[in-house]
Ligand binder design. Structure first.
Ligand code: NAG
Length: 415
């Protein structure tokens, strides 16, 4: 369909060309052609390295035309470390990309399950999102060949309830174990830490101990039930603009024995402050690896390679649009998430110049909306993604991607 649309565009521009003459016409023609740039989709012979997409000086038209294409041979994995990718059920493109690029993914985590508490008992919801057709497509190359299926289980309860659950986690173990066996999962991604940190639970010694004990027990339970995996979603170890990590290295070492990976959310660097800026400045991403390199004291040894490999550096496949002046429509913060679809249509509409920032290693651009409000947009490009993959490769850590349906298809070629 998209190819049809672009062909029609080319034809329209061609007819226009025949019907006009002179400089004014040529100018109009240019504008017309520029407006007609349409994204192309699907497999192509051209590799990303020849596409112009890796350049610092990146014309918007190159992104529009080639960003949604992908190299036809998606059977090879390029990155040496472990790759975990999230899929959200409300964004169907993620299901599709997970299947198309399954050979590049070691684990896929559909965001399906919520852990709730009702009348003093654990209740897990979200089973209706389990998609059998898709699981079969993911494993179409034969048993044991597809990526591991490790859906996310997120704790959705208030802190008082969490305290009760963590103090007596047997019910939680049984409930999660039942789902893992029932749906024949390879394991889970467990998400609760962001809330534990945000609500200051982790600064309470008793809470912290109970939380660590629960996570370790969860890991042991899953391992004992057929070597099922446990991945932990955790916030960036160094919060944006802070010098001290929130996570003690001793805890990391202790947990690493029972956890198969830490999915570290190294993105959203500027959403807290609401100030327009990069999503994952590369120096901050590197800072997040410091905890592995150095302990509390200078002579503390480096963590083991096995622990390094469990560290899954977060890669954002989405971006943010910051309104630079208050606008009623966009809410007080003036922040809107940007997906591949949004990015490409913003580029088509505003035809901006993309700027590369050498310090943070990200592209961005500005545009003015219909109400005259200026915006600054920070969305990953193949070059920025590659820079972070190189950081992970050098450090011998893995990566975790949020999420597979929000990125340009071209990003997958880099994995
Ligand atoms: C389930 O997966 C199939 C195959 O990937 C997909 O076409 C379909 O849209 C999915 N269904 C739902 C409800 O998400």
């Amino acid at each position: 369909m998209a190819r049809g649309a672009s062909l029609a565009g080319v034809l329209a521009a061609g007819l226009l060309l025949l019907s006009m003459g002179g400089a004014a016409a040529a100018k109009r023609r240019n504008q017309r052609q520029r407006r007609d740039i349409e994204p192309r989709f699907g497999p192509v012979e051209e590799q990303i390295w020849d596409s112009g997409l890796m350049e610092k000086k990146l014309p918007f038209a190159t992104v529009v035309e080639k960003g949604r294409e992908y190299y036809e041979d998606a059977s090879q994995k390029r990155f040496k470390g472990f790759v975990l990718g999230y899929v959200t059920p409300w964004n169907k493109a993620g299901y599709q990309n997970a299947v198309t690029f399954r050979r590049k993914l070691d684990a896929v985590s559909p965001v399906w399950f919520q852990v709730r508490r009702e009348e003093g008992k654990i209740k897990i919801t979200g089973g209706h999102d389990y998609n059998k057709t898709w699981v079969e497509e993911l494993q179409q190359d034969g048993p044991g060949t597809g990526p591991l299926l490790v859906p996310r289980f997120i704790m959705e309860m208030d802190m008082q309830e969490q305290v009760e659950v963590l103090t007596n986690p047997a019910d939680l173990m049984t409930a999660i174990g039942t789902q893992v066996v029932g749906y024949k999962l390879d394991g889970i991604v467990f998400e609760a830490w962001s809330q534990w940190v945000a609500s200051n639970g982790m600064s309470n010694e008793q809470f912290r101990r109970a939380a660590l004990a629960t996570v370790m027990a969860l890991g042991q339970m899953l391992k004992a039930n057929g070597d099922k995996k446990l991945y932990l979603a955790v916030p960036p170890l160094y919060p944006a603009n802070e010098k001290a990590p929130w996570f003690a290295r001793e805890d990391l070492e202790m947990l690493a024995e029972h956890v198969d990976g830490f999915s570290v959310m190294t993105y959203d660097h500027n959403t807290g402050s609401g100030k327009a800026g990069p999503n994952a400045p590369v120096h901050w991403v590197r800072t997040n690896l410091l905890l592995l390199e150095k302990g509390a004291t200078d002579d503390a040894p480096k963590l083991s390679e096995a622990t390094f490999a469990k560290f899954l550096l977060g890669l954002n496949f989405y971006g943010w649009d910051f309104a630079l002046a208050p606008s009623a429509k966009r809410g007080a913060q003036g922040l809107a998430a940007v997906t591949a679809n949004d990015f490409v249509s913003l580029l088509q509409r505003h035809q901006p110049a993309l700027t590369w920032d050498d310090r943070t290693e990200e592209h961005s651009f500005e545009y003015t909306d219909k109400e005259g409000v200026p915006h600054s947009v920070w969305y990953p490009t193949p070059r920025s993604v590659e820079m972070r993959i190189q950081v992970a490769e050098e450090a011998k850590v893995g990566i975790s991607i949020w999420e597979l349906g929000q990125g340009l298809e071209r990003f997958f070629e880099l994995l």
